[in-house]
Structure formats: C-alpha cells, structure tokens
Design a protein around this ligand. Structure first.
Ligand code: SF4
Length: 573
C-alpha cells in the first residue's frame, strides 16, 4: 500500500473555532477536527478520493482520520486541526519549555479501511449530556440594542459589537466575525445546567453545595493538585484561583503554556519592543505575519488593527506592505504582497539570517531555512526601509522546535531593526483573556505561568511545573480545570494520566474534559451573562459587558471559586 512521509502541522481552523461554541460533543465538531488536509498532489499520490480515510502514524502514536484535499498548495505538509485526533500523533515532549511539539512532526500517511475513532472509543468514560438551548419563552419581552460590546472569543477583544437582545435572549450579533457571532449567539447551547458528581462511574445531578463540598474534599486530600485553564474567564476569577492554588500548595498553570509560553520565556531572556494595536493601526506601513493565519484564527484583526485598517497615517491597504512567512500557503498568505515559504522547524535560522543581513554580514549559502538568500535580503530591505514595521507571530513559531529560542531571535531581530527604524513585535494571542491570566499571575506571584506553590512560595520551572509536563510525568494527583479543555488539547500521554486522577471542571459548556470529570460545576459565560475584566493581546484591559441573565442557579466563575476557597479553608481548619 502506498504511504507518504509528510510533515504534520496542527493548528486552529475556522470550522474548528465555530464548532467549539456549538458543542465539542457534537457531530459538527467531530467532523471539523477528525480530518487531515493534504496537498492536492499528495492526495493524488496516495490514490485517494474525497471521503476516504487515512492512517496517520508518528513516533508517538497513530490515528485514523478523514482525508481532505486542500484548496491550497502545500506539498509535503499535512494539516490536522487541533483536537483529540491530532493529539494522538503529536510529540508530548516539551524539551524543558512546558510546550509540547505540536507542529513539524514527521508522519507517515496511508489509505486505510479502518474506522475513525469516535469520542466513546477515545474516552470510554465520556458522559453524553442532553442537548440544551434557549427556552423559547426567553425571547419574549423588551428588545434592545447593546452597543460597544466586547467580543470574548479571541485576543483581539473587538469592542465595537452591537448585540440585539429580546427579553433574555440574544437574537442578533452585529459587526463580529463568524467566530464572535458563533460564541455569543450560541452562548445558550451545549450548556451545563446543573452540578454533577460521578458515582459508580456515572455523572449524577447534585446541588451546588454538594458539588462544592466534594470538589473541596478532593483538593484538600490531594498531595499536589493542578489548577489549570483560566484564559476563558475574567481576571477577577483568575485572582481567586491564584489564592486557592497558594492555599492548597498546588500548581497554577494557564493555557499560555501550550500557546505563547515560549513567548514569555523569550521575553524574560531578552525583553521586547512592542506597542498597542492602536499604534499599529495608525502607523504601520509594513506588517509581517510569521507563523500565524489571522484570517482563520483572528478574522477581524486585519480590518481593525493591521493590513486593511484605516489608520491616521497609514490610511488604507495601499499604504501598507504585507508579508507572510509560513510553512504553507494559508488564506492570509493569499492576500500578502510577499509570501515566504519556510521549511518546518527552521524559524530560528531564518530570523538569524535576517539579523545577519540587518547587521551588514554576508551569507555564504544560496538558501537558508529553504528560502533563497535573495528573498531574505529583499525582506530585510523591506524591514529596514519601513517607517513603522510590525512583526506579528503565532503558534507556527512557538510550537515548533526551538520554541522560546525562536522567539528570542525574533525579538532580537526587532531590537536590531530599531537601529534603523521603528519596529515592534506583537504575539497573536488566542483565547480572549489568556493575557489576563499571564498578567494576574505575574502581578501576584512574579511568574506568568507554571507557578508552583508546593513550598509555600511561588516557584517557576517550565518543563517541571508546567501542566503538560506534570501530566506527562504523572506528578499531580488531582486537577481543577476552569474554563478550559485539556482533554481536547493536550497530548495523548498527558490526557491518559489526567483521566486517572480525580478531575473537577468549572465551565459553562460541556467540553470533553467536563464530560469525563468527577465533579462538574456549571458557570456563567463571561462577556455574555456576567461582566468582568479581560486583557487584549497588546495588554490593554477592557471591560466585558453583561447582556443577558445566566440560566437559573448558575453563578460566575469568581463566585464559584470564592465558595470553593471558603470550603477548602473550612476543611483545613
Ligand atoms: S476577531 Fe476575535 S474578538 Fe474580534 S469579533 Fe472575531 S472572534 Fe471576536
């Protein structure tokens, strides 16, 4: 049977993003992530037709997924959207950074007649909840338009949305992208409406007090609990979570560990020159997207802040040059003036070559990182001659080999460029308040992620006190997950260990993690049902609004965590 050796890249896709809020246990989510996108030529070489299944095998595991012929050319690269299927084949090793290797993995792909595993096959203990939605009567009552609503989906935190509310129901979301509309309009779908506790393998409904008592008992009895998540909730809730972690002597980690943890490590080493998105919008005449695809992951970024934004000095697209650097031709690459296709895992080399040219050194090779030196010189020239350049970078750089070292080299490149012109760097942050999780953790403990309180004071050792490593090594004996879904996004090895320990989930929605938990506590959706503070990707703090009432009896994360903290203190007295 024909098989091809390809390089695997995982990441977000528009469809995956849309289905997250409709429901992770739905057929739509399954169909949007249990697939591999192949270059049209690679697809033909494997003798595939649409709908065929393929087996993807790496050193770390194997999985069967549906084969999809890509709309774009990316020979040699296979793309699986992030999710439980991609997790079966990714490299769990964080190489001391806290970040598993989720991109640039060698895989072999062949056609198969085997079935694609479903949720039950992957996680036998999964609970299938009844589907939920808005009760029809909630749409009756006064209709109002709420203006300047902040979208709580991605790190852009667009703050110009107009939401139409009828009674206690959201009926229309204006100005948001498809991801923002999906989040707000589907806020009432797939909801957890009652607390649950697992008894004899089955989740059973209980009252809130019983669930809090059970959760507190699990945490107090644990020798070393992990408190993880925090990027999809308010900064006020994160602050209480930090207090709880300190009280328990556990480990507090947020989802930046598997997105921009390497950015934080890079910034700790060399510092960085940055700006707000407002400065970029008004001034930037050169915009570089390196290892990110905002058209899919941050759809309004280009219109509001960067390539297509109407600024004061850079007034329109024609006043800006746009460059995309990526391992495959993405949707964003299609609209760039200059696209540089780089070989996987070679970002550090390209950044070093650019630094050499900027510093006036010669390069004695024809190609670096698979890119002709002439092209690299052209890019360096564009950078040096810009009036205000900005380098936006994403998970394509943080998740590949090199991780924090890639970031250091890119930050140094921007510093070098400031000897010529104004040049800034901005990481493209994913979850809407992942920056808030870093900020609150840093101003409380001195460390932005992977904070260990076992000795009674904060310590930070990425690679040891980071959630993926703690789970890979089986170092924690209980976990509290707040507004996050590690079962869907952690490597298979870490998930296997997570499923062996008592698991408490606080979340508005049925995630894969909630469905396999020991205790499940429903919470209100921040930015829809409760207000609070969130930090945009450029660290600007914005206030989330309350648009409708939460379901009856459902409290905010902050209120639930305060109750849990009180109960923990009571048990420890
Ligand atoms: S770009 Fe992000 S913050 Fe803006 S509307 Fe879309 S999902 Fe929401």
């Amino acid at each position: 049977m024909t098989s091809l050796k390809l390089t695997l890249v995982t990441g977000r896709s528009l469809n995956q993003g849309r289905w997250i809020d409709v429901g992770k246990l739905t057929k739509g989510y399954y169909e949007s992530v249990a697939l591999v996108e192949l270059d049209p030529e690679d697809f033909e070489k494997l003798g595939l037709k649409e709908g065929d299944r393929v087996k993807v095998e790496s050193k770390y595991g194997s999985v069967v997924v549906k084969a999809v012929k890509s709309r774009r050319r990316h020979p040699g690269i296979a793309f699986i959207p992030m999710g439980p299927w991609a997790n079966q084949v990714i490299n769990p090793d964080t190489y001391g950074s806290g970040m598993p290797t989720l991109k640039g993995i060698e895989v072999s792909i062949s056609k198969t007649s085997e079935e694609i595993p479903d949720f039950k096959k992957l996680f036998p203990q999964i609970f299938q909840p009844e589907s939920t939605g808005d009760p029809p009567e909630s749409a009756t009552g006064e209709t109002k338009i709420v203006k300047d609503v902040v979208c709580s989906f991605c790190g852009c935190l667009c703050d110009d949305l107009e939401v139409e509310v009828a009674g206690n129901r959201i009926v229309k979301v204006g100005k948001a992208c498809a991801l923002g509309v999906s989040k707000i309009l589907h806020a009432r779908e797939n909801r957890i409406l009652h607390p649950y506790v697992r008894n004899n393998g089955e989740l059973e409904r209980v009252d809130l007090k019983t669930a809090i008592r059970k959760a507190a008992k699990i945490l107090v009895e644990a020798k070393y609990p992990l408190l993880y998540g925090w990027s999809n909730t308010t900064t006020e809730a994160i602050r209480v979570g930090l207090e709880l972690a300190e009280y328990l002597g556990g480990c507090f980690d947020n989802t930046s560990v598997i997105c921009h943890g390497p950015t934080i490590l890079g910034v700790q080493e060399v510092g960085y020159v940055t700006s707000t998105l407002g400065q970029v919008r008004n001034h930037a005449d050169l915009i570089i997207f390196w290892g990110c695809n905002p058209l899919n992951a941050h759809p309004r970024h280009l219109n509001r802040y960067s390539a297509l934004a109407k600024g004061i000095y850079a007034k329109s697209r024609k006043d800006r040059k746009v460059v995309v650097i990526d391992v495959r031709e993405t949707d964003t690459a299609k609209m760039a003036d200059f696209f540089i296709k780089i070989e996987p895992n070679r970002d550090y080399e390209l950044a070093s070559a650019l630094r050499m040219i900027v510093k006036g050194y010669d390069i004695e090779f024809e190609k670096v990182a698979g890119v002709e030196v002439e092209k690299i010189k052209k890019l360096a020239e564009m950078m040096m001659s810009a009036k205000f350049g900005v380098l936006f970078y994403g998970l394509g750089v943080t998740m590949t080999l090199g991780k924090g070292r890639n970031i250091e080299e890119m930050l140094r490149l921007a510093q070098d460029l400031n000897e010529w012109t104004k040049f800034v760097v901005l990481p493209m942050r994913g979850h809407y308040n992942v920056v808030g999780a870093n900020q609150a953790s840093a101003w409380t403990t001195g460390y932005a992620f992977a904070v260990d309180f076992r000795r009674g004071y904060p310590r930070h050792y990425p690679g040891a006190t980071s959630a993926p490593d703690l789970l890979n090594n089986g170092d924690v004996d209980a976990a509290l997950i707040v507004a996050s879904d590690p079962v869907a996004h952690f490597p298979a090895k870490a998930v296997k260990n997570l499923l062996k320990i008592p698991l408490i989930t606080i979340d508005p929605k049925w995630s894969l993690t909630a469905a396999v938990s020991t205790v499940v506590i429903p919470s209100a959706v921040a930015g829809v049902e409760v207000e609070g503070t969130a930090y945009r990707m450029d660290k600007v703090a914005l206030r989330l609004k309350k648009l409708v009432e939460p379901p009856e009896g459902v409290l905010s994360d902050e209120e639930i965590l305060n109750m849990l903290l009180e109960e923990v203190k009571k048990l420890c007295r």
